[in-house]
Ligand binder design. Structure first.
Ligand SMILES: [Zn+2]
Length: 185
């Protein structure tokens, strides 16, 4: 069972980070969890001195903190109110030169590098799927938290192959789908 959850939009993090972010009032996120493959691209671009690539850590160097790759970091613009709220929520800012970077306290190397987002599992939460572009992009609206997010590729594949999920009742509406279902992932 993974402890990686969706925060908002395409941002994902470990449950402990999500809880802290929620209790700090859900401030806008610029960056959260970063998958291994994504970090590797950044590192290769930097190592090969490709234009537009900033210094980036090597995700294969486990001696590094790599907090974003361990899904325990958030980049959030540091307004005074957010600094206070995120601090109260238990997150820390270890780097004075990155005042926007928050992470869980302690040595984050106790968390493994993340290579994949959670694979879909059924959960007891009702909501709706919709796809405004005929299935290319699929969104989930959660009745429980009144939030919309884009499904991951893995989740979308399950929806497209729909029949394996008895709870899923999806029908074509115009260019998209509208359905009521239990949540995936
Ligand atoms: Zn950061």
């Amino acid at each position: 069972m993974t402890d990686i959850v969706n925060l908002t939009g395409d941002h994902w993090a470990r449950r402990a980070v999500a809880d802290a972010w929620e209790s700090a009032g859900r401030p806008p996120i610029n960056s959260a969890g970063r998958l291994y493959a994504e970090q590797r691209e950044l590192y290769i671009g930097y190592a090969e001195r490709r234009p537009g690539f900033a210094p980036a850590d090597n995700p294969d160097d486990e001696s590094q903190q790599l907090a974003h790759c361990r899904f325990v970091a958030l980049d959030i613009d540091p307004t005074p109110a957010r600094v206070a709220a995120l601090g109260r929520a238990g997150l820390v800012r270890p780097y004075w030169y990155e005042p926007w970077h928050w992470q869980l306290p302690g040595d984050v190397r106790r968390f493994p590098i993340v290579r994949n987002l959670p694979i879909p599992t059924l959960e007891e939460e009702m909501g709706f799927y919709c796809s405004p572009d005929g299935g290319k992009t699929i969104f989930w609206w959660s009745a429980a938290n009144q939030r919309v997010r884009k499904l991951t590729d893995a989740e979308a594949a399950v929806i497209r192959g729909g029949s394996s999920i008895p709870e899923l009742k999806v029908k074509k509406v115009g260019a998209g789908w509208l359905g009521q279902a239990r949540r995936l992932g």
